[in-house]
Design a protein. Sequence first.
Lengths: 200, 400
Amino acid sequence: MEINQDILHKYTAGQCSEDEKLLVEKWLENDSWDSIDETNTAPSEIGQTMWVNVSTDTGKTKKISWLRVTAAASIVVLFGISLLHFKYDTRDAHSFANESFDQTKFFAADHYDVLLSGNTKANIDLINNKLTFTGDLIIKPKRNFTLLDADQNTLNFKAGREYFISDSPDFGKIVVFQKSDLAFLPSNMQIKIKEQFRSI
Amino acid sequence: MRALVFLSFFISIFLFSCNQITEQNIDPNFVLCLFNKEETPTSFLLVESLDEHEDVSIQIPLSTSRIGEREYLQKKGSFYRLSDRSSVFTKYQLQGASLIPVDSLQLRNNNIETVSWIDEENLLAVCREDVAEKKSQARVYQINVKEMKIVREDTIILPHATDEFWALHVGLVDFDKGDLWLAYSFFKSKGKYGHTTSDTTYYATINYGNLEIRNVQKETRSTYPGGYNIIQSYSFKDEIGDYYFMTNPGIALGNNVKLPTAIFRKKKGQHLVDATYMINISDAIGNHAYGMWYVGDGKAVIRNEQKNLYTDFSNFHSVYQFEYRVVDLKTGAIEKINFPLDKGTQKENVWSDDQYIYVAIDDSNDEHRVWKYNLKTKEVSKGIKLPNTTNYTVRLDYLK
């Protein structure tokens, strides 16, 4: 069984069998460059399609009907916003703790997912916009929000991103790195972060 | 997150249906690896030339946006990458606008520290192993990349680990006259994430036939030789086969900042590093550097940080601080190139031909462009402009 556009459509529609669901989730977690099955007769390989909207200024592409695109995109965005609005109109405050020494612990909240490293505690208060924590964690926001840390630094979190947060003295202060920025840390540091958070 | 991925997927499907890409038939000579804004996937940009008026390109997304996306080898248009999850070493080739996996190998290790090529087909890859057991042990693979076969794999236990600095970093490997040559140093952890390197470098010459260590040379002039050369280059051979390499004790690699960044030499046919030769970069420019590329005629380019512009790890990669300089390997003279300041730690973004040095720079105007330096006239001019969706241009590789 291969990943192709049909199976992705089925996945989003919640029509996948357990096996197919596992396969798609494995693909989403995969760290290889392998893309989806190319023998499918769909318009193009998925990566290529995903890149049309970010590569318009790089290639010899035909002119886009921007009016149509804008109209369509607006509908999609408005629909998305309305979903977000209805779903996320309440704010909350939660405390999380992972007393394990070396295992991570995952929590799903309404507005974010959070993955705590071993020996980590976090209090995420979206009502008063406060973050207090000790240890290391990864936050995956489902909506945009801003939090103040214990040193009164403003930390901005955007929906769909992943953030590594640490108060380790090795950094000298509380640090928040977007996932892509971790690639620039010294390799030994990256290895240690990857050892803790396998999903990075 | 998943919902957003799929939302963007369906938006792009829709856009695609409005906008069929013209079939592009380009014969790319270069590939640039782009870390993109808004955490969109890393991509390859394929171009035929690096000139300013180049307007034909293909962009290929890499399917994930994991942090190791830029860690690969490229040789003659084939790409090689080791998965740090599965330890599978995969060969990819470009086919039109796709990157196709063509073959793979299962290795025992999931992290390559340094590589070099014995010849066009045979790769030497060195991995550090048994870190948990505090053994200074390296695993050396010889891989024939044409047949994608492991020719041999060996474990080498290196001497000189100390109780305090016990963790091994093998930063350079060379193969000369039937002998392996490894340059390495030892580091220790500081706290949860930090590390520092001891003040000594070791150069081991090993008979590749029976793995007998023939000689270990101790170097105290600098530390942390090389680095991870699947990320950035730290060594080369010149026209006559003399081997030059740099040490990187700065914050971004060895983190023993009191010792200088320096260039050393091992002459062709010699197993010992030339004790009379050293270009002390830190003394000359007052800063550490990372990355070195040979541009011919006894000259190399280095990429240096500016310590007065960054505070610590939190902004080292994101401030516009990096400069480029030409080093005369014979005289040690160092001359700054008047490029815009660049950002991004450890980029592999320099290439040269007979006339120009080409460097892909992400400047403070959020312009992403290849800049050219004329080796004869020393004039700086513009090369190809890169997509404004770019955040960091982390690699520039010649495909031929």
